[in-house]
Design a protein around this ligand. Structure first.
Ligand SMILES: C[S@@+](CC[C@H](N)C(=O)[O-])C[C@H]1O[C@@H](n2cnc3c(N)ncnc32)[C@H](O)[C@@H]1O
Length: 282
């Protein structure tokens, strides 16, 4: 296992609920020193991908998946059309006001056609200006997060987008349910799973997590994926909640407590340190 931090620090171009950026210091020692291809079935902001990309050998690939179509479209556009994307983001930046935010937010309700690059620019613009970088849609699939309270939101970070575009060049990026994402993984590959967490209590409402409707059955299917990959000799690491359910299911695997600071529910004041688990099969 690796004992050192990455020499270069690449960071995500999106804010994402459940993003792992702040936990990477605690995670870094548990990643394997070397691995073949890299798989991430719950990509979100991709903090772990950007952290590990430096370790990917020249002849290897990363396979990045998420079930969120807008998110996946955004990654593909960053990889393939970054200059067009930056131009559109400059336009959003110039026009940004409260009214403009709600006008752009409502575009998904209007059935109008947006090109892939327009959709990606909308997603990044909303991500940078919305409340807490949340991605949440209502029962009709319409994005419904209110505007955040930023004085000067950083809507266009050209350098970061260009750097991300380069780093993504060798990635296969695809919308997929996690049940199918890592089917191609082979002995010596690494799969990092960051699913929506199993809830701490039946009523608990993690910021943004419950929006995915990730059920107990999904957690059990994920356990099956994890054990199948283990039998194939694939390195697997998973983040999940420190709950009896998860501890019990993964009892034959190494479980490392990780300390995360987070708002546990809407009634709690401020943030609390709670432990999460890192589940490792090697
Ligand atoms: C906790 S977030 C991942 C955070 C990410 N690791 C980061 O550092 O930003 C969970 C992700 O799982 C995705 N997701 C939810 N259900 C899924 C499913 N059934 N299959 C694939 N992805 C799913 C969500 O769209 C979300 O992006």
């Amino acid at each position: 296992m690796s004992q050192t931090n990455n020499s270069k620090s690449y960071k995500p171009f999106l804010k994402w609920a459940g993003g792992k950026q702040r936990l990477l210091n605690q995670y870094s020692q548990y990643f394997p020193e070397t691995f073949n291809n890299y798989y991430e079935p719950f990509l979100g902001g991709g903090a772990v991908f950007f952290f590990l990309i430096d370790k990917l050998q020249i002849n290897r690939r990363s396979y990045l998946f998420d079930s969120n179509e807008e998110l996946i479209n955004t990654y593909m556009v960053v990889r393939d059309q970054v200059e067009d994307l930056i131009s559109l983001l400059f336009e959003h930046n110039e026009k940004h006001t409260k009214d403009y935010y709600y006008q752009i937010r409502s575009l998904d309700r209007k059935n109008g056609h947006l090109s892939k690059v327009e959709r990606a620019a909308r997603t990044i613009y909303l991500n940078k200006t919305c409340y807490n970088g949340l991605y949440r849609v209502n029962s009709h699939g319409f994005y419904n997060v209110p505007m955040g309270k930023y004085k000067n939101p950083r809507i266009v970070d050209q350098d970061l987008l260009r750097q991300s575009s380069k780093l993504l060049k060798k990635s296969v990026i695809k919308k997929s349910d996690f049940r199918f994402s890592s089917k191609g993984a082979k002995t010596g590959d690494l799969v990092y799973f960051d699913p929506p967490y199993f809830p701490l209590t039946s009523t608990s409402n993690f910021t943004g997590y419950t929006a995915y409707n990730f059920s107990e059955k999904d957690q059990i299917d994920l356990y099956k994926v994890y054990t199948d990959l283990t039998e194939k000799g694939v390195y697997c690491i998973q983040s999940n909640s420190d709950t009896d359910f998860i501890r019990d299911y993964y009892k034959k695997f190494t479980q490392i407590p990780i300390y995360a600071s987070r708002a546990i529910n809407s009634k709690s004041n401020g943030r609390k340190k709670i432990s999460e688990l890192l589940i490792i099969n090697f």
